[in-house]
Design a protein around this ligand. Structure first.
Ligand SMILES: [Zn+2]
Length: 123
């Protein structure tokens, strides 16, 4: 191996390492950002923060939530009936680190908290 070949191989290897390190840092950044975004669920204001009159909780696969809630970002949602005494159907994942916050959030929607989440509280 000549000096030139050695240098060429060294720099090729170094570039590959730089790309791998760059991708790893990007992945870390995305993970941290995602974790921060999911560190709490907005909670309903006091007037909507109570048990709904008539509700049913369904734990379903995340794909079902995305489909039924019509959003790829949805992690839970509530099907709020037009009839005030109708049953509010809450779709939740099987498990989630913030399950009680998700439930309180969806209870808020069952009680009339608009989907635009006005005046959210931090848990
Ligand atoms: Zn919501």
């Amino acid at each position: 191996m000549t000096q030139h070949e050695f240098e060429e191989q060294f720099w090729r290897c170094w570039r590959a390492c730089a790309i791998v390190i760059g991708l790893a840092m990007l992945l870390l950044l995305v993970t941290v950002t995602f974790a921060e975004a999911r560190s709490y669920v907005p909670q309903p204001p006091a007037e909507y923060d109570r048990l709904p009159v008539n509700y049913e909780i369904r734990h379903v696969h995340p794909y079902v939530i995305q489909l039924r809630c019509r959003s790829l970002k949805a992690i839970a949602c509530a099907g709020v009936p037009k009839d005030p005494l109708g049953k509010c159907i809450i779709l939740l994942p099987y498990k989630h680190p913030l399950m009680s916050q998700l439930l309180t959030h969806e209870f808020g929607h069952c009680n009339g908290w608009p989907a635009s989440h006005p005046n959210p509280r931090r848990p």
